[in-house]
Design a protein around this ligand. Structure first.
Ligand code: SF4
Length: 966
């Protein structure tokens, strides 16, 4: 029988069809574009970009327009599920239960844990956009065992930049391509800031800007670069240091900018016998500016040839030279130390590490330097700096950079990103036109004010933590360790192993909890993170850990709760599955308290509003958290008499304030009783409605004099403080030299009072906590026989899929159903591997059989593939023989979450921040034997469809192209 379309979208709609158009915010990736959803008779028919949205201006990508297939995906979970008694984790045997029972079960368990030892409950979340709420929930619960995905994403990018310039890329800042003349992109695939970056790049190129991409692979944005500079993974630090070497050697740094706005001129104690060695010298009589962050530093004044208070009227700090204070203390400006540090980092030195010819490095440095120096921008915008100097204009040096996980996801990433931030600062491009510009709520103090808890005593039964679970340590005394220097968090965050782990280490949680190191936990709640597959570094072993039992017959991680909208590989291991809604079925906010979508010209936040009712029994995770917090009586969620404060999540968002009467809540727009105030004001009962009427977005446009030089802009600081974006209004001086890092090194050397690292970590702290940037080989490379494993292996996200989210999407599957390993043809031929042939990739940790694809667009020392296209059989609503599991593969099987360390093993992470070192793995390749199965390896047993899935409407097949051809 011929297939007949149930609905033909190309025909005129039926006269009586009910048509609606609703604005909301996309969540097919983390970019948060505005979308316009067209519905017919209550079903989604079409999704387009919202032309009135400031972020994407109507642009939509393949993922965004395919949201319809996500909404009606057969992988949707639609009811709460409990693992069937007697079945094993991983078997995917579930029985439906009602929400009443699911919530009662959770409530009872969490109440017991909270009343005894709150850290026995761990909450870790994936790429969600509600960390302000999940963090608040953990804090109110009283558990420090909380983090989102940042530790295995790009915390090195955030921390390396924020500890240097007080801001970072993507949500918190980016390249000003409207005015830049030269744009240099490093280690970025087509992912973060996707549509806005495409729009900006298109305009930039049409305007004659020059675009250089530095990346091992030429894909995505790099494909339209004017110049592709191939580089070996994990060596960007060497390139950046060589560029700094050249810029200094050629005198192409912006001296005026460095002297006034960075700590380049601040004097550093060089008395090797002093316990203050390497710390900034202080002026005892000087103005501390802010007692919470004393800034009474010294300059060596070139005019009077003596030490003076920094920013003293009429003084001009020496940046180079060696000096002696009146009391005989030897001192040097921080810039002198940088100058000495990079002397050995010549282009020839970098060539041997990066594979980039020295002449190219010289040319790049020269081009950056002269573009910054000779094509200056001057805007007629008067402003006053924090030291009271009035400036008639805003100046800019039009060289802009953008970088992401390619730099971050290495165990040397923090120092690499510090090198980038310092290069940008030398060129004088921070928060200036044509360079890098901040986005609210940044810039923030270096480091920001939030500190992690300081010791085990911070965790008390039935008591909220007295601060956020995550923060920014300023010195060893801010570490979250016990009396022996041991970790208090389950992921060992903020311990001596990874002191500046500002985003936690989600990739450590399952291994540590399974091993009971530092202790066992009772309940692990995972929200939208695929920890049994692509979000874990040691996939096969982690799957065993999730299913492993102790001698008592109990699972080593006793209770596992997974909240997700889809049947992923992870849900099969859950004891309790909570079905989340789709992004089209719920309220959400992209909050100023979290990661908003701000523009350079002012704060912007946004919301999602439901355009459809929840599918089946799906319930938004936000609602679950508000419900549990209310039932458990968290102080922020109940009245004094114990009755609940908030009816539901929308009510919470409208009425929650950071402190009673603060006027600061999750949303900054349409505050005040009638919506007449912005940024700060009383709760407005009609706030959601007003967002919905305004494209779901609020944009506070700042006056031009507040839009630049915000680290040091008196007017901006006063305003930012008045609306709660900053606690203080002191200047945020760029840290070319980091005395914060030096304080850790002094502790490791036993030259500092307070907390000290345990013996086995002293050398590690002393080595990596260098106050100046330096390059070292990634830890895995240091521990690997590179002759045996000569190649680097990396992944990238494709344009059409966001991590593992989209293999259940019928449209996007037509673009990627399986993945290849891309290999430079010369390398593949030398190994006897055919284009399109089966091959083996082996690391020290595991091996994978996959398909090879020749590619000239990859430097010869690197092989790469798309991330998370490969799937386990049965997951994501796919059949057991789907291409994703038969021809697709996961590179994670080659990666280890741990490396050999001083105490036997250490996390495969950056020793400073704990950033997961995804891209450090070293591999070798060979052809598969002729008789081997044409199938990827390893293979896993399929799991059955969970009850309530596969309920997608039949007309979906029409849109998928499987029905309705006439
Ligand atoms: S870039 Fe991301 S948020 Fe924007 S339309 Fe595409 S999927 Fe949606």
């Amino acid at each position: 029988m011929a297939a007949v379309p149930i609905h033909d979208p190309t025909r005129a709609p039926l006269a009586d069809a009910r048509r609606e158009t609703c604005d909301t915010t996309c969540y097919m990736c983390a970019c948060r574009c505005g979308i316009r959803v067209h519905l017919r008779d209550g079903e989604v028919r079409y999704i387009e970009g919202n032309p009135d949205h400031p972020l994407n201006q109507g642009v939509i990508c393949a993922k965004g327009s395919s949201g319809i297939m996500k909404q009606y995906s057969p992988a949707r979970l639609t009811q709460p599920l409990r693992r069937k008694p007697g079945s094993e984790r991983g078997d995917g045997q579930f029985e439906p239960i009602g929400w009443d029972e699911a919530l009662r079960l959770l409530e009872d368990r969490l109440r017991r844990i909270r009343a005894t030892d709150p850290k026995q409950f761990a909450l870790f979340t994936g790429r969600d956009q509600m960390q302000a709420l999940t963090g608040l929930f953990a804090r109110q619960f009283g558990t420090p065992n909380y983090a989102a995905h940042g530790g295995f994403c790009s915390v090195n990018m955030a921390a390396g930049m924020i500890y240097t310039i007080g801001g970072s890329f993507w949500e918190f800042g980016g390249p000003d391509l409207d005015r830049a003349k030269l744009f240099v992109m490093l280690g970025t695939a087509e992912d973060h800031h996707s549509n806005p970056m495409k729009i900006a790049l298109s305009k930039f190129k049409r305007g004659g800007g020059r675009f250089i991409s530095i990346n091992p692979v030429r894909t995505g944005y790099s494909a339209i670069a004017d110049e592709w500079v191939p580089i070996k993974p994990g060596t960007d630090g060497a390139l950046l240091l060589a560029l700094i070497h050249e810029i200094i050697k050629l005198g192409l740094y912006d001296r005026e900018f460095l002297a006034r706005y960075t700590n380049a001129g601040q004097l550093v104690n060089q008395d090797a016998a002093s316990d203050q060695f390497g710390m900034m010298l202080r002026n005892a009589e000087g103005d501390v500016v802010n007692p919470l962050r004393p800034a009474n530093f010294l300059w060596w004044d070139r005019l009077s040839q003596q030490a003076v208070a920094d920013h003293a009227d009429g003084a001009d700090p020496a940046l180079l030279g060696h000096f002696k204070l009146a009391d005989g203390t030897p001192a040097v400006p921080a810039f002198q130390l940088l100058h000495e540090r990079v002397k050995a980092y010549t282009p020839e030195w970098a060539e041997g590490i990066t594979g980039i010819p020295a002449a190219t490095i010289r040319r790049l440095a020269h081009e950056m330097g002269i573009t910054a120096r000779d094509q200056k921008i001057e805007l007629p915008i008067a402003w006053t700096d924090c030291w009271g100097q009035r400036h008639a204009s805003v100046k800019g040096n039009p060289v802009a950079f953008h970088a992401m996980r390619g730099l971050a996801a290495h165990s040397n990433g923090f120092q690499t990103v510090r090198s980038l931030a310092i290069l940008m600062s030398l060129l004088g491009t921070i928060d200036r036109p044509g360079g890098f510009r901040h986005k609210a709520p940044y810039p923030r103090a270096v480091p920001p004010n939030a500190r992690p808890p300081k010791g085990p005593e911070a965790v008390k039964p039935d008591t909220p933590l007295n601060g956020a679970p995550l923060g920014w340590p300023e010195s060893p005394d801010d570490l979250f360790v016990d009396a022996d220097g041991g970790p208090v968090r389950i992921d060992k965050g903020f311990s001596w192993e990874h002191p500046l782990s500002a985003h936690g280490l989600m990739h450590n949680v399952i291994t540590n909890a399974w091993r009971g190191d530092p202790y066992r936990i009772d309940t692990l709640l995972i929200f939208m993170a695929n920890m049994a597959w692509n979000s874990t570094m040691n996939t096969s072993e982690v799957r065993k850990m999730l299913n492993d039992k102790g001698d008592d017959g109990e699972y080593k991680i006793p209770f596992l709760v997974v909240c997700d909208a889809f049947q992923s590989e992870m849900t099969a291991y859950a004891d309790l599955v909570l079905p989340d809604t789709s992004y089209l079925e719920r309220h959400d906010c992209m909050s100023m308290l979290d990661r908003p979508i701000s523009e350079f010209d002012g704060p912007v936040d946004a919301v999602r509003v439901p355009v459809l009712p929840p599918t089946g029994q799906c319930r938004p995770f936000q609602e679950v958290l508000v419900e549990l917090a209310s039932r458990l009586g968290f102080p922020a969620f109940v009245q004094a008499d114990g009755t609940r404060k908030y009816r539901d999540y929308p009510d919470f968002i409208v009425n929650y304030e950071t402190a009673p009467g603060s006027g600061i809540g999750f949303l900054a727009g349409w505050r005040g009783k009638g919506g007449e105030k912005s940024m700060r004001g009383e709760p407005n009962p009609r706030q959601w409605e007003m967002y919905a009427q305004n494209n779901c977005v609020f944009h506070h446009m700042m006056p031009p004099e507040h839009q630049y030089m915000r680290n040091w802009n008196q007017g901006y600081m006063a305003w930012a403080q008045s609306v709660g974006l900053r606690r203080d209004n002191d200047p945020i001086v760029i840290h070319i030299y980091s005395e914060f890092l030096q304080s850790f090194r002094l502790a490791a050397q036993g030259r500092r009072g307070g907390k000290k690292p345990p013996a086995h970590l002293r050398q590690r702290i002393e080595t990596y906590f260098d106050p100046l940037p330096f390059h070292y080989a990634p830890l895995e490379a240091q521990a690997t026989d590179l002759a045996q494993f000569p190649l680097n292996a990396v992944t990238q996200r494709p344009m059409a899929m966001y991590h593992s989210w989209d293999s259940q999407n019928a449209w996007l599957r037509q673009i990627h159903t399986h993945n290849y390993l891309f290999v430079n043809p010369a390398v593949a031929r030398a190994a006897g591997i055919d284009d399109g042939g089966w091959m083996w990739v082996e690391s020290a940790w595991g091996k994978v059989r996959c398909l090879c694809r020749y590619s000239e667009a990859v430097e010869p020392g690197t092989v790469w593939t798309w991330n998370a296209i490969g799937k386990a059989p049965g997951a994501w609503g796919l059949s057991d023989d789907a291409n994703e599991s038969q021809r697709g593969f996961l590179l994670n099987h080659l990666i280890s979450d741990e490396l050999p360390g001083a105490a036997g093993r250490v996390s495969n992470s950056d020793p400073i921040t704990g950033q997961a070192a995804w891209y450090d793995v070293r591999v070798r390749i060979r052809a598969a034997d002729a008789g081997e199965p044409a199938q990827t390896w390893p293979q896993f047993a399929g799991v059955p469809a969970a009850p309530g899935t596969a309920a997608a409407p039949r007309w979906r097949a029409f849109f998928a192209g499987r029905e309705g051809k006439q």
